[in-house]
Design a protein around this ligand. Structure first.
Ligand code: HOZ
Length: 428
Protein backbone atom coordinates (compact mmCIF):
# COMPACT_ATOMS: atom_id res chain seq x y z
CA UNK A 1 0.00 0.00 0.00
CA UNK A 2 1.37 3.38 -1.02
CA UNK A 3 1.61 6.12 1.64
CA UNK A 4 3.85 8.50 -0.32
CA UNK A 5 1.59 11.54 -0.25
CA UNK A 6 0.88 11.15 3.48
CA UNK A 7 4.61 10.84 4.15
CA UNK A 8 5.33 14.00 2.11
CA UNK A 9 2.65 15.90 4.02
CA UNK A 10 4.10 14.64 7.28
CA UNK A 11 7.54 15.99 6.34
CA UNK A 12 5.93 19.38 5.60
CA UNK A 13 3.87 19.29 8.80
CA UNK A 14 6.91 18.63 10.95
CA UNK A 15 8.38 21.97 9.87
CA UNK A 16 5.48 24.01 11.20
CA UNK A 17 3.71 21.77 13.73
CA UNK A 18 5.55 20.14 16.67
CA UNK A 19 5.98 16.47 15.81
CA UNK A 20 3.86 17.10 12.71
CA UNK A 21 0.60 16.52 14.58
CA UNK A 22 -1.82 18.59 16.62
CA UNK A 23 -2.30 15.84 19.18
CA UNK A 24 0.43 13.30 20.03
CA UNK A 25 -1.82 10.23 19.78
CA UNK A 26 -2.17 10.87 16.04
CA UNK A 27 1.52 10.24 15.42
CA UNK A 28 2.41 6.68 14.48
CA UNK A 29 5.66 7.07 16.42
CA UNK A 30 5.15 4.13 18.78
CA UNK A 31 4.42 1.81 15.85
CA UNK A 32 7.39 3.05 13.82
CA UNK A 33 5.58 4.68 10.89
CA UNK A 34 4.39 8.01 9.54
CA UNK A 35 0.78 9.00 10.25
CA UNK A 36 -1.77 8.88 7.46
CA UNK A 37 -3.19 12.19 6.37
CA UNK A 38 -6.93 11.85 5.98
CA UNK A 39 -8.84 13.44 3.13
CA UNK A 40 -12.40 12.45 3.91
CA UNK A 41 -14.61 9.89 5.59
CA UNK A 42 -18.04 8.39 5.14
CA UNK A 43 -19.88 5.85 7.28
CA UNK A 44 -17.23 3.52 8.73
CA UNK A 45 -14.69 4.31 6.02
CA UNK A 46 -11.87 6.82 5.94
CA UNK A 47 -9.89 7.79 2.87
CA UNK A 48 -6.30 9.00 2.98
CA UNK A 49 -4.39 11.39 0.71
CA UNK A 50 -3.00 8.43 -1.28
CA UNK A 51 -6.54 7.30 -2.22
CA UNK A 52 -6.40 4.31 0.16
CA UNK A 53 -9.64 3.29 1.89
CA UNK A 54 -9.76 1.91 5.43
CA UNK A 55 -12.38 0.47 7.75
CA UNK A 56 -12.12 2.90 10.66
CA UNK A 57 -12.05 1.80 14.31
CA UNK A 58 -10.70 5.11 15.63
CA UNK A 59 -13.89 7.04 14.90
CA UNK A 60 -12.13 10.33 15.70
CA UNK A 61 -11.24 8.75 19.08
CA UNK A 62 -14.86 8.09 19.95
CA UNK A 63 -17.37 10.65 18.70
CA UNK A 64 -18.39 9.00 15.43
CA UNK A 65 -20.86 6.48 16.88
CA UNK A 66 -23.35 6.99 14.03
CA UNK A 67 -20.58 6.87 11.42
CA UNK A 68 -18.85 9.69 9.57
CA UNK A 69 -20.92 12.25 7.66
CA UNK A 70 -24.31 11.03 8.84
CA UNK A 71 -26.76 12.98 6.64
CA UNK A 72 -28.86 14.16 9.61
CA UNK A 73 -25.80 15.53 11.41
CA UNK A 74 -24.49 17.22 8.27
CA UNK A 75 -27.84 18.81 7.54
CA UNK A 76 -28.25 20.09 11.13
CA UNK A 77 -24.79 21.68 11.11
CA UNK A 78 -25.29 23.27 7.70
CA UNK A 79 -28.63 24.73 8.73
CA UNK A 80 -27.12 26.20 11.89
CA UNK A 81 -24.09 27.53 10.03
CA UNK A 82 -26.40 29.50 7.73
CA UNK A 83 -27.39 31.57 10.78
CA UNK A 84 -23.85 32.20 12.02
CA UNK A 85 -21.01 30.17 13.51
CA UNK A 86 -20.67 31.75 16.94
CA UNK A 87 -22.17 34.63 18.89
CA UNK A 88 -20.60 34.49 22.35
CA UNK A 89 -24.15 34.79 23.64
CA UNK A 90 -26.74 32.21 24.72
CA UNK A 91 -28.74 30.27 22.14
CA UNK A 92 -31.77 27.98 22.39
CA UNK A 93 -29.66 25.08 21.08
CA UNK A 94 -27.70 25.08 24.35
CA UNK A 95 -30.90 24.55 26.36
CA UNK A 96 -32.04 21.76 24.05
CA UNK A 97 -28.76 19.82 24.35
CA UNK A 98 -28.52 20.50 28.11
CA UNK A 99 -32.01 19.05 28.59
CA UNK A 100 -31.18 16.00 26.47
CA UNK A 101 -28.07 15.38 28.58
CA UNK A 102 -29.99 15.87 31.86
CA UNK A 103 -32.71 13.50 30.70
CA UNK A 104 -30.18 10.85 29.68
CA UNK A 105 -27.48 10.87 32.36
CA UNK A 106 -28.67 9.81 35.84
CA UNK A 107 -26.25 12.00 37.85
CA UNK A 108 -26.76 15.22 35.91
CA UNK A 109 -29.26 17.78 37.18
CA UNK A 110 -27.45 20.77 35.67
CA UNK A 111 -24.77 20.88 33.01
CA UNK A 112 -22.26 23.37 31.63
CA UNK A 113 -20.93 23.08 28.07
CA UNK A 114 -17.26 23.62 27.29
CA UNK A 115 -15.15 22.94 24.20
CA UNK A 116 -13.13 19.81 25.06
CA UNK A 117 -12.90 16.89 27.45
CA UNK A 118 -9.81 18.45 29.02
CA UNK A 119 -11.76 21.58 29.91
CA UNK A 120 -14.59 19.45 31.29
CA UNK A 121 -12.42 17.44 33.70
CA UNK A 122 -10.27 20.42 34.69
CA UNK A 123 -13.36 22.47 35.50
CA UNK A 124 -15.15 19.63 37.28
CA UNK A 125 -12.15 19.25 39.58
CA UNK A 126 -12.02 22.97 40.32
CA UNK A 127 -15.70 22.87 41.19
CA UNK A 128 -15.27 19.79 43.40
CA UNK A 129 -12.45 21.59 45.22
CA UNK A 130 -14.48 24.78 45.53
CA UNK A 131 -17.52 22.89 46.80
CA UNK A 132 -15.69 20.77 49.39
CA UNK A 133 -12.99 23.27 50.36
CA UNK A 134 -10.44 20.45 50.04
CA UNK A 135 -7.29 20.38 47.87
CA UNK A 136 -6.38 16.76 47.17
CA UNK A 137 -7.78 14.75 44.28
CA UNK A 138 -7.52 11.03 43.63
CA UNK A 139 -7.11 9.47 40.20
CA UNK A 140 -6.04 6.07 38.88
CA UNK A 141 -2.83 5.02 37.13
CA UNK A 142 -3.43 4.56 33.40
CA UNK A 143 -6.60 6.66 33.42
CA UNK A 144 -6.44 9.77 31.27
CA UNK A 145 -8.56 12.82 31.92
CA UNK A 146 -7.12 15.29 29.44
CA UNK A 147 -3.96 17.30 29.83
CA UNK A 148 -4.57 19.72 32.73
CA UNK A 149 -1.51 19.90 35.01
CA UNK A 150 -3.01 18.12 38.00
CA UNK A 151 -4.22 15.26 35.81
CA UNK A 152 -0.99 14.54 33.92
CA UNK A 153 0.13 12.29 36.73
CA UNK A 154 0.54 8.58 35.91
CA UNK A 155 -1.71 9.31 32.93
CA UNK A 156 -2.83 6.92 30.19
CA UNK A 157 -3.39 7.48 26.45
CA UNK A 158 -0.55 9.31 24.66
CA UNK A 159 1.20 10.01 27.98
CA UNK A 160 1.49 6.25 28.56
CA UNK A 161 2.16 5.43 24.90
CA UNK A 162 5.13 7.77 24.72
CA UNK A 163 6.45 6.81 28.15
CA UNK A 164 5.90 10.15 29.91
CA UNK A 165 2.96 9.48 32.24
CA UNK A 166 4.22 12.32 34.46
CA UNK A 167 4.81 15.18 32.03
CA UNK A 168 7.76 17.56 32.24
CA UNK A 169 6.39 21.07 32.67
CA UNK A 170 4.05 20.12 35.50
CA UNK A 171 5.59 21.64 38.63
CA UNK A 172 5.88 19.20 41.52
CA UNK A 173 3.91 21.74 43.56
CA UNK A 174 0.96 21.42 41.14
CA UNK A 175 1.06 17.61 41.10
CA UNK A 176 1.48 17.14 44.84
CA UNK A 177 -2.26 17.25 45.45
CA UNK A 178 -2.88 14.40 43.01
CA UNK A 179 -3.04 10.99 44.70
CA UNK A 180 -2.85 7.95 42.44
CA UNK A 181 -4.49 4.60 43.12
CA UNK A 182 -4.58 1.33 41.16
CA UNK A 183 -7.62 0.85 38.91
CA UNK A 184 -9.95 -1.90 40.16
CA UNK A 185 -8.29 -1.86 43.60
CA UNK A 186 -10.55 -0.52 46.34
CA UNK A 187 -7.82 -1.33 48.84
CA UNK A 188 -5.46 1.17 47.22
CA UNK A 189 -8.19 3.83 47.36
CA UNK A 190 -9.08 3.13 50.98
CA UNK A 191 -5.46 3.34 52.02
CA UNK A 192 -4.91 6.72 50.31
CA UNK A 193 -8.17 8.14 51.65
CA UNK A 194 -7.25 7.01 55.17
CA UNK A 195 -3.80 8.60 54.92
CA UNK A 196 -5.34 11.84 53.66
CA UNK A 197 -8.34 12.03 55.97
CA UNK A 198 -10.75 14.91 55.22
CA UNK A 199 -8.50 16.37 52.53
CA UNK A 200 -9.67 14.55 49.37
CA UNK A 201 -12.05 16.71 47.33
CA UNK A 202 -12.87 14.18 44.63
CA UNK A 203 -12.17 10.81 43.13
CA UNK A 204 -12.12 10.99 39.34
CA UNK A 205 -12.39 7.73 37.43
CA UNK A 206 -13.11 6.46 33.95
CA UNK A 207 -15.93 4.04 34.85
CA UNK A 208 -14.82 2.02 31.83
CA UNK A 209 -11.12 2.76 31.44
CA UNK A 210 -10.45 3.49 27.78
CA UNK A 211 -7.03 5.10 27.81
CA UNK A 212 -4.88 2.09 28.76
CA UNK A 213 -6.66 -0.08 26.21
CA UNK A 214 -10.18 -0.99 27.32
CA UNK A 215 -10.32 -2.08 30.95
CA UNK A 216 -13.78 -2.80 32.36
CA UNK A 217 -14.51 -2.15 36.03
CA UNK A 218 -14.51 -5.37 38.05
CA UNK A 219 -17.62 -6.32 40.01
CA UNK A 220 -18.03 -4.05 43.01
CA UNK A 221 -15.34 -1.52 42.04
CA UNK A 222 -17.63 1.36 41.09
CA UNK A 223 -20.05 0.54 43.91
CA UNK A 224 -17.11 0.53 46.33
CA UNK A 225 -15.97 3.95 45.12
CA UNK A 226 -19.51 5.24 45.59
CA UNK A 227 -19.57 3.99 49.19
CA UNK A 228 -16.15 5.44 50.03
CA UNK A 229 -17.13 8.83 48.60
CA UNK A 230 -20.48 8.89 50.39
CA UNK A 231 -18.90 7.95 53.72
CA UNK A 232 -15.98 10.39 53.44
CA UNK A 233 -17.74 13.43 51.93
CA UNK A 234 -15.74 13.05 48.71
CA UNK A 235 -17.21 14.04 45.32
CA UNK A 236 -17.28 11.06 42.94
CA UNK A 237 -16.63 12.16 39.36
CA UNK A 238 -17.20 9.74 36.51
CA UNK A 239 -15.16 10.82 33.51
CA UNK A 240 -17.53 9.67 30.77
CA UNK A 241 -15.91 11.67 27.98
CA UNK A 242 -15.39 8.33 26.25
CA UNK A 243 -18.08 6.07 27.74
CA UNK A 244 -20.89 8.67 27.83
CA UNK A 245 -23.63 7.86 25.30
CA UNK A 246 -21.24 5.12 24.09
CA UNK A 247 -21.71 2.10 26.36
CA UNK A 248 -25.38 3.03 26.91
CA UNK A 249 -27.47 6.14 26.25
CA UNK A 250 -27.01 7.10 29.91
CA UNK A 251 -23.34 6.07 29.86
CA UNK A 252 -21.51 3.70 32.18
CA UNK A 253 -23.50 5.00 35.17
CA UNK A 254 -26.66 3.66 33.54
CA UNK A 255 -24.97 0.39 32.51
CA UNK A 256 -23.54 -0.34 35.97
CA UNK A 257 -26.26 1.41 37.95
CA UNK A 258 -23.87 3.50 40.01
CA UNK A 259 -24.59 7.23 40.24
CA UNK A 260 -21.65 9.61 40.74
CA UNK A 261 -21.99 13.17 42.06
CA UNK A 262 -20.55 14.70 38.90
CA UNK A 263 -19.95 13.56 35.32
CA UNK A 264 -17.73 14.81 32.53
CA UNK A 265 -18.70 14.35 28.90
CA UNK A 266 -17.31 15.12 25.45
CA UNK A 267 -16.83 13.35 22.13
CA UNK A 268 -20.31 11.94 21.21
CA UNK A 269 -22.30 14.91 22.55
CA UNK A 270 -20.52 17.07 19.96
CA UNK A 271 -21.21 14.72 17.05
CA UNK A 272 -17.61 15.22 15.86
CA UNK A 273 -17.37 18.94 16.59
CA UNK A 274 -15.28 20.26 19.50
CA UNK A 275 -17.28 19.90 22.71
CA UNK A 276 -17.10 18.95 26.35
CA UNK A 277 -19.50 19.20 29.27
CA UNK A 278 -19.58 18.70 33.00
CA UNK A 279 -22.61 18.30 35.15
CA UNK A 280 -23.96 16.91 38.36
CA UNK A 281 -26.07 17.64 41.38
CA UNK A 282 -27.75 21.03 41.34
CA UNK A 283 -26.32 22.06 44.72
CA UNK A 284 -22.79 21.47 43.39
CA UNK A 285 -23.33 23.01 39.94
CA UNK A 286 -24.86 26.16 41.42
CA UNK A 287 -21.49 26.96 43.00
CA UNK A 288 -20.27 27.72 39.47
CA UNK A 289 -19.94 31.32 38.30
CA UNK A 290 -22.09 33.39 37.79
CA UNK A 291 -24.53 31.71 40.23
CA UNK A 292 -21.59 30.87 42.53
CA UNK A 293 -17.97 31.84 42.95
CA UNK A 294 -16.07 29.02 41.21
CA UNK A 295 -14.90 30.59 37.96
CA UNK A 296 -15.01 28.87 34.59
CA UNK A 297 -15.58 30.37 31.14
CA UNK A 298 -15.06 29.98 27.38
CA UNK A 299 -15.56 32.01 24.19
CA UNK A 300 -16.76 29.01 22.19
CA UNK A 301 -18.54 27.17 25.03
CA UNK A 302 -21.92 25.91 23.82
CA UNK A 303 -20.97 26.74 20.25
CA UNK A 304 -24.09 26.52 18.04
CA UNK A 305 -22.49 24.23 15.43
CA UNK A 306 -21.32 21.79 18.11
CA UNK A 307 -24.71 21.94 19.85
CA UNK A 308 -26.60 21.16 16.65
CA UNK A 309 -24.26 18.27 15.75
CA UNK A 310 -24.71 16.91 19.27
CA UNK A 311 -28.50 17.24 19.22
CA UNK A 312 -28.73 15.51 15.82
CA UNK A 313 -26.45 12.69 17.02
CA UNK A 314 -28.37 12.13 20.26
CA UNK A 315 -31.65 12.08 18.33
CA UNK A 316 -30.27 9.17 16.29
CA UNK A 317 -29.04 7.34 19.39
CA UNK A 318 -32.47 7.61 21.02
CA UNK A 319 -34.13 5.55 18.33
CA UNK A 320 -35.39 2.13 19.41
CA UNK A 321 -32.88 -0.65 18.78
CA UNK A 322 -29.85 1.59 18.26
CA UNK A 323 -27.76 0.22 21.13
CA UNK A 324 -28.93 -3.34 20.47
CA UNK A 325 -27.68 -3.11 16.90
CA UNK A 326 -24.40 -1.54 18.02
CA UNK A 327 -23.93 -4.28 20.63
CA UNK A 328 -24.44 -7.04 18.03
CA UNK A 329 -21.97 -5.48 15.61
CA UNK A 330 -19.42 -4.89 18.35
CA UNK A 331 -19.71 -8.41 19.70
CA UNK A 332 -19.32 -9.85 16.18
CA UNK A 333 -16.12 -7.99 15.38
CA UNK A 334 -14.47 -8.17 18.82
CA UNK A 335 -15.21 -11.88 19.25
CA UNK A 336 -14.12 -12.52 15.66
CA UNK A 337 -10.71 -10.94 16.31
CA UNK A 338 -10.32 -12.86 19.59
CA UNK A 339 -11.18 -16.14 17.83
CA UNK A 340 -8.75 -15.40 14.99
CA UNK A 341 -5.98 -14.99 17.57
CA UNK A 342 -6.95 -18.20 19.33
CA UNK A 343 -7.09 -20.14 16.05
CA UNK A 344 -3.61 -18.88 15.19
CA UNK A 345 -2.38 -19.97 18.62
CA UNK A 346 -1.54 -16.38 19.45
CA UNK A 347 -1.89 -15.24 23.09
CA UNK A 348 -4.25 -12.32 23.45
CA UNK A 349 -6.43 -10.91 26.22
CA UNK A 350 -9.63 -9.46 24.78
CA UNK A 351 -11.88 -6.96 26.49
CA UNK A 352 -15.10 -5.28 25.42
CA UNK A 353 -17.78 -3.08 26.92
CA UNK A 354 -20.44 -2.38 24.29
CA UNK A 355 -18.77 -0.76 21.29
CA UNK A 356 -15.42 -0.20 23.06
CA UNK A 357 -12.98 -3.07 22.69
CA UNK A 358 -9.31 -3.95 22.89
CA UNK A 359 -6.97 -6.79 22.00
CA UNK A 360 -4.20 -6.81 24.60
CA UNK A 361 -1.01 -8.50 23.43
CA UNK A 362 -0.42 -10.40 26.65
CA UNK A 363 -1.01 -13.86 28.06
CA UNK A 364 -2.23 -12.50 31.40
CA UNK A 365 -5.45 -10.77 32.34
CA UNK A 366 -5.55 -6.98 32.27
CA UNK A 367 -7.39 -5.17 35.08
CA UNK A 368 -5.18 -2.14 35.71
CA UNK A 369 -2.17 -0.24 34.41
CA UNK A 370 0.37 -2.61 35.98
CA UNK A 371 -1.01 -5.51 33.95
CA UNK A 372 -1.70 -3.44 30.81
CA UNK A 373 1.91 -2.25 30.83
CA UNK A 374 3.11 -5.85 30.50
CA UNK A 375 1.77 -6.09 26.93
CA UNK A 376 4.12 -6.86 24.07
CA UNK A 377 4.02 -3.47 22.37
CA UNK A 378 6.45 -4.59 19.65
CA UNK A 379 4.02 -7.37 18.64
CA UNK A 380 1.18 -4.85 18.75
CA UNK A 381 3.12 -2.60 16.37
CA UNK A 382 3.49 -5.48 13.88
CA UNK A 383 -0.22 -6.21 14.16
CA UNK A 384 -1.11 -2.55 13.70
CA UNK A 385 1.02 -2.21 10.56
CA UNK A 386 -0.29 -5.52 9.18
CA UNK A 387 -3.89 -4.43 9.74
CA UNK A 388 -3.20 -1.06 8.10
CA UNK A 389 -1.81 -2.85 5.08
CA UNK A 390 -5.02 -4.89 4.91
CA UNK A 391 -7.13 -1.71 4.97
CA UNK A 392 -8.02 -1.63 8.66
CA UNK A 393 -7.38 1.60 10.60
CA UNK A 394 -6.79 1.05 14.32
CA UNK A 395 -5.48 3.45 16.94
CA UNK A 396 -1.67 3.42 16.69
CA UNK A 397 -1.13 2.34 20.29
CA UNK A 398 -1.73 -0.71 22.45
CA UNK A 399 -3.06 1.66 25.10
CA UNK A 400 -6.12 2.91 23.24
CA UNK A 401 -9.63 1.65 22.60
CA UNK A 402 -11.19 0.51 19.32
CA UNK A 403 -14.61 2.01 18.62
CA UNK A 404 -17.37 0.41 16.56
CA UNK A 405 -20.06 2.55 14.93
CA UNK A 406 -23.51 1.62 13.78
CA UNK A 407 -22.25 2.24 10.23
CA UNK A 408 -19.89 -0.76 10.35
CA UNK A 409 -21.39 -3.25 7.88
CA UNK A 410 -21.11 -7.03 7.87
CA UNK A 411 -18.60 -7.07 5.01
CA UNK A 412 -16.43 -4.43 6.75
CA UNK A 413 -16.34 -6.50 9.90
CA UNK A 414 -15.71 -9.76 8.05
CA UNK A 415 -12.84 -8.05 6.25
CA UNK A 416 -11.51 -6.92 9.65
CA UNK A 417 -11.62 -10.42 11.12
CA UNK A 418 -9.96 -11.96 8.04
CA UNK A 419 -7.24 -9.29 8.19
CA UNK A 420 -6.66 -10.01 11.88
CA UNK A 421 -6.42 -13.75 11.16
CA UNK A 422 -3.69 -13.07 8.56
CA UNK A 423 -1.80 -10.79 10.92
CA UNK A 424 -1.90 -13.23 13.83
CA UNK A 425 -0.63 -16.04 11.58
CA UNK A 426 2.27 -13.86 10.51
CA UNK A 427 3.31 -12.77 14.00
CA UNK A 428 2.57 -16.08 15.81
N1 HOZ B 1 -8.92 10.39 24.64
C1 HOZ B 1 -8.33 10.40 23.35
C2 HOZ B 1 -7.22 9.39 23.24
N2 HOZ B 1 -7.28 8.36 24.14
C3 HOZ B 1 -7.90 11.77 23.05
C4 HOZ B 1 -7.42 11.97 21.71
C5 HOZ B 1 -6.25 12.88 21.74
O1 HOZ B 1 -5.56 12.95 22.75
O2 HOZ B 1 -6.04 13.49 20.70
Amino acid sequence: MNHNHSSQLFQQAKISIPGGVNSPVRAFKSVGADPLFIKKASGCHIYDEDENTFVDYVGSWGPMIVGHCHPEVISAVKKTMDNGASFGAPTELEIILANMVIEAVPSIEMVRMVSSGTEATMSAIRLARGYTGRDNILKFSGCYHGHADALLVKAGSGAATFGVPDSPGVPADFAKHTLTAEYNSLESVKSLVAKNKDSVACIIVEPVAGNMGTVPPQDGFLEGLRDICTNEGIILIFDEVMSGFRVAYGGAQELYNVTPDMTTLGKIIGGGLPVGAFGGKREIMEKLSPSGGVYQAGTLSGNPLAMSAGIATLNILKRPGFYQQLEEKSRFVAEGIAKAAKDAGYPLYSTRVGSMFCAFFTKGEVHNWTTAAQCDTAAFAKYFLGMLDEGIYLAPSQFETAFVSVAHGESDMEKTIAAAANCFKQIA
